[in-house]
Design a protein around this ligand. Structure first.
Ligand code: 2AM
Length: 177
């Protein structure tokens, strides 16, 4: 990546209560799966991954986001999962709210229409908790987390130590657009 690019993605960015609850999940699972825990401040749910993007497109990316229509919704995080292919442990949902699917569809459709490139892999809502992890023999039952989603964010990889991501901009989901 050159200085004229930024690694970008759109995400749901947890509020403090959700972040605290997800950090508790991480603490419960760490001894079972090992691996590298995501920094608690970095934990998120990706909606669309743009990757290295020329900074000259940043305004266009934000313009797209500003046109997205979305309703607020409750997201119940209630599942622990493991992906063998990339060895991540992630938190997920048994039920994907219609408003979340609609948000992703609208956002991705608008990015496509604006010619902004992103990873078009099918959306699987997941919150990565650990990388380079091993599967647990059995996962503990953890108290579900009710996340009141009221906004979505454009996030930028900042590099360095500590939290790696920072929120570049945020848009409310208030059904007003
Ligand atoms: P992951 O946690 O499953 O790796 C920043 O990298 C965020 O974008 C992560 O949530 C990551 O998901 C997600 N992402 C989606 N597609 C990606 C891709 N092609 N490369 C890197 N990260 C991707």
């Amino acid at each position: 990546m050159t200085a004229a690019h930024a690694r970008l993605f759109f995400a749901l960015w947890p509020d403090t209560a959700t972040r605290t609850a997800l950090a508790a999940w991480q603490r419960s699972v760490a001894p079972l799966c090992g691996g590298r825990g995501m920094h608690p401040e970095d934990v998120h749910l990706t909606l669309a991954f743009l990757g290295d993007t020329p900074l000259e497109l940043l305004d266009a990316v934000k313009h797209v986001a500003a046109g997205v229509h979305g309703e607020p919704f409750a997201l119940r995080v209630d599942a622990l999962n493991y992906w063998k292919h990339n060895r991540i442990v992630w938190a997920g949902v048994h039920e994907v709210p219609a408003a979340l699917s609609a948000l992703v569809e609208d956002l991705r459709g608008r990015l496509r229409a604006a010619g902004i490139r992103f990873d078009a892999k099918a959306f699987v809502p997941h919150i990565t908790l650990f990388r380079n992890a091993r599967p647990a023999e059995s996962w503990p039952a953890l108290p579900h987390i009710d996340w009141q989603v009221k906004a979505f964010a454009l996030v930028r990889a900042a590099g360095g130590t500590g939290p790696r991501y920072r929120v570049e901009a945020r848009w409310p989901l208030d059904g007003s657009r």
